[in-house]
Design a protein around this ligand. Sequence first.
Ligand SMILES: Cc1cc2nc3c(=O)[nH]c(=O)nc-3n(C[C@H](O)[C@H](O)[C@H](O)COP(=O)(O)O)c2cc1C
Length: 175
Amino acid sequence: MKLAVAVTGASGVQLGIKAIRSLPENVTPFTILSDHAQTVLSHEVDHKYHIEDIAAPISSGSFPIDAMMIAPCSMNTLAKIACGIADNLVTRAAAVTIKERRPLLVAPREMPFSAIALENMLKLSRLGVIIAPPVLGYYSESDTIEEMENFIVGKWFDLLGIDHSLYRRWGIEDL
Ligand SMILES: Cc1cc2nc3c(=O)[nH]c(=O)nc-3n(C[C@H](O)[C@H](O)[C@H](O)COP(=O)(O)O)c2cc1C
């Protein structure tokens, strides 16, 4: 599986990093980094692109990406995608993913959400985009922040059909 992974904004960058690090071997990430995430990940991720690299392969619908996730997704990027703006590699790749009708998971990170952000999420959801904000789950017996983050990343992977053992499933003793 080829998965485009975009990391935008600032708050919650570590969740995007955790998601990339947690991918199983059969998933190849094609990573798009904001300037902030670029520094952290520059030596650790293959197939990485800068957000201004609009000519990267994943900018074209002819490149066989299977799915895309944007985690975390800033309100800025969310708004652009909802309006069909494709002014950098993240928004262009998202626009391509939508037009090619491939799975797109967006993890908007803000608190609280404005009505503008909520309308943008609803619009994208109605187009089939998976809206999966990084909301903590308290039923998976998580004791630490790391375990709660594993739960969020695991939920993202569930939604994209990626195998993992990041969190304990409700009602299942052994993973
Ligand atoms: C420390 C810091 C934290 C931020 N956290 C958020 C956030 O949680 N959500 C958000 O939508 N924007 C946040 N922003 C603002 C975005 O980074 C800003 O709107 C930027 O233009 C987003 O650009 P991008 O969508 O290309 O990543 C934060 C900015 C800074 C400096």
